[in-house]
Design a protein around this ligand. Structure first.
Ligand code: URA
Length: 186
């Protein structure tokens, strides 16, 4: 990709055929929110609603994420939200390793453009792609590491909270810690 800007990224993504997911997508889902945010949330990949609308986290998981942001006094204007893969895996299956690999350079490019202070991985897939191939969500969520100038942490994916109420309390604690880190880094 030539010059580093949003137009270059968006152009490359909209015509991307680097993996098989282009064959079944309705829309490429790049990101939403504040392109200069201090904090970037990274999910797994678009679901049905996201694929139809071309916007990440607009379905039930997105509504819960909005509520959790509100609980720490943040809105979509304070954050940027993207996914590990930009096209919907059919039937909401996990994105396969080669699909993630094909898409990760776009996410790296997005990170360079947004330059957040904090990266929050939502769930196992984002944690594995961003933090470490051996990442374990139940063991490592809530931990922080500093890498390449970013503070990185992880918490449960909002879809996991919708399936299992007992995860809400630890996720709430993770969000409180995220807020604290944001204040510290101001
Ligand atoms: N789940 C995700 O991981 N990303 C979305 O955009 C929607 C649901």
């Amino acid at each position: 990709m030539a010059e580093k800007n949003w137009e270059t990224l968006e152009g490359a993504c909209y015509y991307c055929k680097k993996c098989r997911l282009w064959e079944t997508r309705n829309h490429v889902v790049i990101g939403k929110g504040n392109k200069n945010a201090d904090i970037m949330f990274i999910g797994e990949g678009p679901g049905q609603q996201e694929d139809l609308q071309g916007i990440p986290f607009v379905g039930p998981a997105g509504q819960l994420l909005d509520k959790m942001l509100k609980a720490i006094d943040l809105t979509i204007d304070d954050v940027y939200i993207a996914n590990v893969v930009k096209c919907r895996p059919p039937g909401n299956r996990d994105p396969q390793e080669d699909e993630q690999e094909a898409c990760l350079n776009y996410l790296r490019y997005q990170l360079m453009l947004v330059k957040p202070k904090i990266i929050v991985c939502l769930g196992r897939i984002a944690g594995t792609a961003i933090i470490s191939p051996t990442f374990r969500i139940t063991k490592q969520r809530g931990q922080w590491l500093e890498r390449k100038g970013y503070w990185i942490t992880s918490t449960f994916h909002p879809s996991a909270l919708l399936r299992d109420e007992t995860k809400k309390r630890p996720a709430w604690e993770d969000f409180q810690a995220i807020k604290q880190k944001l204040i510290e880094l101001q």
